[in-house]
Structure formats: structure tokens, C-alpha cells
Design a protein around this ligand. Structure first.
Ligand SMILES: Cc1ncc(COP(=O)(O)O)c(C=O)c1O
Length: 438
């Protein structure tokens, strides 16, 4: 018994009663490690290479403000009203035009507008996954997807990638291994273009093979493609969905090509799946925000949105170049990285014995932040990797951040040489993205 003034005993019995009431699925919900450091990492003196935040300073804000003002004056009563769970019809038509750029020939009826593609991921997982079902995902994979899979108690089995994306042979092996273990694969989750976090793109000559393997195994493909239009040379790749409309659920987003704060994304589903998705969307949000959909729709019809994507691509290419030249100049022996052709991310492997999660607080003290590799795996791999996002800081800040990171790695290597490997005590696992790590 504790008398007044004495601290309560620690242990499961002393937990807040709410904690004991939580559903079993909440065990898989944990915050990303950068969130714990967020207050420090977001100080202006820290160069954050952790976040996936787009370079919004490139947007024509004055023109947008005028358009939104006019729209409220003329259509405010519609913009502020409930809408359909399916999404605005004119926006769904425009989304079809956007997808046509990657070879997709879709009907607007099969598009469901979502609150960002994160909601699409949640809905797709909700309607397909029972606890214990297997989801195949590249290793590493997008933190937010792993968070959704964990929340629905899916078991994630990672499939290896190389410089050309997902390895078809590894996919065959993963499917066979899951079958031998008596479990059921529900879908393959893949980010074919300018991968988050690996930065690689699935080779065009692998795409048909990946689709064929999944089709033969009776496994659905969930294609997540927020970065497909951000190839630095303006190159696009044929979407998986373009050649296999019956077996691919496609997730799209305006977050990286326009603005993430609007939270407008979409799911293009095989016709038979569409209705369940609309019901799932309805139960989550009733309808996506009408105002935001109207802003996106108006932007697409009145602005040179392709020109804006070109402006973004150029800004990101300049930042990629700054990151790669700084890595070449400063990184110590034993580090390796890829050179992305589009998107936001470089995936860095550090010398053996260095644990990027254990190193993160020391890096933040040295005024640089990154996303450590373990968050991108469901099976605790990735301790020798980290993700550098070059999308948000200026090229000068990127160069400075990478110089600081190289110094931290040098210090860490010395510590390792003197005292042995540094490891993080906390174990990893699927995490929810913070806005700073998405
Ligand atoms: C691969 C991937 N999928 C989905 C998302 C979520 O995007 P949205 O803002 O559309 O929810 C992100 C965001 O970073 C991402 O990188």
C-alpha cells in the first residue's frame, strides 16, 4: 500500500486504466523517434534532413489566394457544405487526366477521393486485411504504410530491393516462404517510383514480371505513387495500374505535386472494389473536405499545374545535386548511398558498428536531424541506414547539414573504435509518421 505523498508503485497494475482498456491493435501504434526529438529538431539552428515536407515556397501564393477568395465569394455555400464520400465529380475527372500522364486509362467512377493517400492506405488495409494476414512490402518501406499495416495487425514481410527497385526473384521467394508458413498474403504494397525512403525506381522491364508473379499467386498489388511526376528529367514510367487494371489498387496524391496541407489524395480501385472503398471512406470521414477539393479542382483548371510540377522538379533536382555533392565531399570511408533520379530521398548506409537510431540524439545535439533506418522496417532491420530528405532545406543548408552529419559519423566511428559498437536499447517496429518524417 502507498501512503499519501508516496509515489505509486511502477508496473502494469499501476497503469492508467485507459491503457488497460486499449484494443489489442493499439500495441502496434508507436510514435516515430523523430517525434520525440521534434521540439529540439525543429529549432532553427538544426538542419532537418528528416522531413518529407515539400518546397512550398515555389507555389504562386498570391494567385492562389485570389482564386480561393473568388471561389468563396461565388461558391462558398457549396464549398462549406457536406459532399459525397466518393469525392467531387469534376475533381475525379481531372484526376483521370493527371493519371493519364503515367499511362492510366481510368473512369472517374472508379476514383475515390481521400484525405491524402495516407487515408487511402488506411482504407485499403481496412477492407483487405484481417489480423495475422501478411502484407508484402519492399524493405525498407514507407513509415506511414507500416503504421497502417500495424494498426490493422497485419504481419509485414519485406521483399528485397536493389538499385532497380523490387527484385522479382525475392518476391517469388517471399511468396513461397509465406505459403510454407501457412499464412495468407493479402497484397503487395509497392512504391515503384522514386521510392520513400530508398530513392530507387522499379525498372520498366521488371514491371510486367512483378505483376505476373502477383497475378499467378492471387495477390493484389497496391501501387503507391505520390512521386511519379517528380522525375528530374521530366521522365515518367508506366504505372503498374496502366497494364493490370483488374489487379492493382492505385494510390495517388496532390501532396507532393501541389500542397500536402490540403490533404487531397485518391484511390483508383478495380471496379468491384470501389463500392467497399466508398463505404470505408464514409465511415472514416463522411466525405473528404469539399473546400479543399474545390481548391484543387480550380487549381487544376486555372493554373499551369504541369508548369508548377516542372518548377518543383527543378528545385528538387538542385537540392538532390547539393546533397550528392556534399555526400561525396564529406562522408567518411565506409558510407554508401544512391543517386535518386526523382523524388525527395537519399538512403545512406553507414559504417559497420554504427547504429543510426542510437546516434540520432547526438546528431541533433550537433544540429542536424535525419530519419533513422529502423523506422522503415517492420522487422527491426535498418540500424545501419538512415534517410536524408533533401526536399525542404535550401541547397546551402543541405550542404551544411550533410557536413555536420559527416562529422557526427566520424565521431561515432571513433567511439566505436574505442568502446565497441553503439546500439540503441529501444527496439524499433512500425511507427506512425510525424509530419516531419512522412
Ligand atoms: C510513399 C508515400 N505514400 C503516402 C504518403 C502520404 O501522402 P499524403 O500526404 O497524400 O497522405 C507519403 C508521404 O510522404 C509517401 O511518401
Amino acid at each position: 500500500m502507498t501512503s499519501p505523498g508516496q509515489p505509486a508503485k511502477q508496473g502494469p497494475r499501476s497503469l492508467d486504466p485507459h491503457v488497460r482498456r486499449y484494443a489489442a491493435r493499439t500495441a502496434g501504434m508507436t510514435a516515430s523517434e523523430i517525434r520525440a526529438l521534434f521540439a529540439v529538431a525543429s529549432r532553427p539552428e538544426v538542419v532537418s534532413l528528416a522531413g518529407g515536407m515539400p518546397h512550398l515556397a515555389a507555389l504562386p501564393l498570391d494567385g492562389l489566394a485570389r482564386e480561393v477568395g473568388e471561389m468563396m465569394a461565388t461558391d462558398g455555400l457549396v464549398a462549406l457544405q457536406y459532399g459525397s464520400a466518393h469525392g467531387l465529380p469534376e475533381l475525379r475527372e481531372q484526376i483521370c487526366d493527371v493519371m493519364a500522364l503515367e499511362g492510366i486509362n481510368a473512369h472517374p467512377d472508379d476514383v475515390v477521393v481521400t484525405v491524402g493517400s495516407q487515408m487511402g492506405l488506411d482504407m485499403v488495409t481496412r477492407i483487405f486485411v484481417d489480423p495475422g494476414d501478411v502484407v508484402l512490402a519492399e524493405g525498407p518501406s514507407y513509415v506511414g504504410a507500416l503504421g497502417s499495416f500495424a494498426a490493422y495487425q497485419a504481419q509485414v514481410v519485406h521483399v528485397a530491393m536493389d538499385a532497380h527497385g523490387l527484385v522479382p526473384e525475392a518476391l517469388r521467394e517471399a511468396l513461397a516462404a509465406v505459403e510454407r508458413s501457412g499464412r495468407r498474403v493479402k497484397f503487395l504494397y509497392t512504391i515503384p517510383n522514386f521510392h520513400n525512403p530508398a530513392g530507387v525506381t522499379l525498372a520498366v522491364n521488371r514491371r510486367a514480371e512483378v505483376l505476373e508473379i502477383c497475378r499467378q499467386a492471387g495477390v493484389l498489388v497496391v501501387e503507391d505513387n505520390p512521386y511519379g511526376l517528380l522525375g528530374f528529367d521530366g521522365q515518367t514510367y508506366p504505372a503498374l495500374r496502366s497494364t493490370d487494371p483488374d489487379n492493382v489498387v492505385y494510390l495517388g496524391s496532390f501532396s507532393k505535386t501541389f500542397a500536402p496541407g490540403l490533404r487531397v489524395g485518391w484511390v483508383l480501385a478495380p471496379h468491384a472494389v470501389r463500392e467497399k472503398l466508398v463505404l470505408a471512406a464514409e465511415s472514416a470521414t463522411l466525405c473528404p473536405p469539399t473546400l479543399n477539393q474545390m481548391i484543387v479542382s480550380r487549381y487544376l483548371s486555372t493554373h499551369d499545374w504541369k508548369g508548377q510540377i516542372k518548377i518543383y522538379r527543378e528545385a528538387y533536382r538542385e537540392r538532390r545535386d547539393a546533397a550528392i555533392s556534399a555526400l561525396e565531399q564529406h562522408m567518411p570511408e565506409g558510407c554508401s548511398w544512391n543517386r535518386p533520379d526523382g523524388g525527395f530521398y537519399v538512403w545512406l548506409t553507414v559504417p559497420e558498428g554504427i547504429d543510426t537510431k542510437a546516434m540520432l540524439p547526438r546528431a541533433v545535439t550537433q544540429r542536424v536531424a535525419y530519419a533513422s533506418g529502423t523506422g522503415f522496417y517492420a522487422d527491426r532491420l535498418g540500424s545501419r541506414q538512415l534517410r536524408i530528405s533533401y526536399c525542404y532545406p535550401t541547397p546551402e543548408r543541405i550542404r551544411e547539414g550533410i557536413r555536420r552529419l559527416a562529422n557526427v559519423l566520424e565521431d561515432e566511428a571513433q567511439l566505436h573504435a574505442t568502446f565497441g559498437p553503439t546500439t540503441s536499447r529501444e527496439v524499433g517496429g512500425p511507427q506512425s509518421p510525424s509530419p516531419d518524417t512522412a
